[in-house]
Design a binder for this molecule. Structure first.
Ligand code: FMN
Length: 213
């Protein structure tokens, strides 16, 4: 009887551990031919007030992340978004129904962080946005800046996060997707969920989806 109980408990523990495993996602190469002209994209840029719940296609997700902060000059590893002193301090975390991922620009892939739908931590009190299928959270790791002037580092971090956010905004405007940049989110909850260190600051998020037609 005891052996059966221990077996059942072990199966339960193993099952829970397996449920936590989140597969990485290999992203597609960016489609460099798509989108409106840059001036038409500026003409359409706006913060979305609602989202379709439909999941993004793999190509749309891939292009979105590359546009946000992907490597556009493989010869020196530089990115679509500039950063102060090229610290490349902004990490883009991606929250979707399946789980939370970290965008790895070097390999252009999503690294699974934790399984499960935690998008509410991003939409937080703005429950009308809770159905956005993709939520990008810009996290600065200020330890990537040299020196010990924390105030200066946080100013640079905020600027760097804003630039990534604007890349997302222009990409969405040019490709028929919609987005809303936001400072509101459950920052402390996200720090715990994403297992961030003391020098990593979630600064800004962009909700992304297709228009709610
Ligand atoms: C730094 C920043 C923080 C923002 N935070 C929020 C937010 O927490 N919630 C929200 O609904 N919109 C937020 N917004 C969106 C602004 O409200 C929106 O950009 C503004 O109303 C102008 O509208 P437009 O982007 O369509 O021009 C934020 C925008 C920026 C740039």
């Amino acid at each position: 009887m005891k052996i059966v109980t221990i077996f059942v408990m072990m199966m339960h523990i193993t099952g829970s551990l397996c449920a936590q495993v989140l597969q990485d996602i290999k992203l597609n190469a960016p489609d460099m031919e798509r989108g409106l002209t840059i001036m038409k994209a500026f003409g359409k840029r706006a913060s979305a007030t609602s989202f379709s719940s439909k999941d993004l296609s793999l190509q749309d997700l891939s292009d979105l992340l590359w546009a946000s902060a992907g490597v556009n000059r493989p010869e020196n590893g530089k990115r679509t978004a500039p950063t102060a002193v090229n610290a490349q301090d902004i990490d883009v975390y991606v929250l979707m129904k399946s789980g939370a991922y970290l965008y790895d620009a070097k390999t252009h892939s999503l690294k699974g962080v934790i399984a499960g739908d935690n998008r509410k931590m991003v939409s937080e009190r703005q429950t009308n946005f809770a159905n956005a299928p993709v939520m990008l959270v810009m996290v600065s790791d200020i330890s990537r800046f040299r020196g010990d002037d924390t105030e200066q580092k946080l100013i640079w971090a905020a600027m760097d996060a804003g630039i990534v956010s604007q890349n997302i905004g222009i990409f969405c405007a040019g490709t028929g997707m919609v987005t809303r940049p936001r400072a509101s989110m459950d920052t402390e909850g996200l720090k715990k969920l994403l297992v961030l260190s003391g020098t990593q600051y979630p600064l800004l998020n962009n909700l992304v989806g297709y228009p709610n037609e």
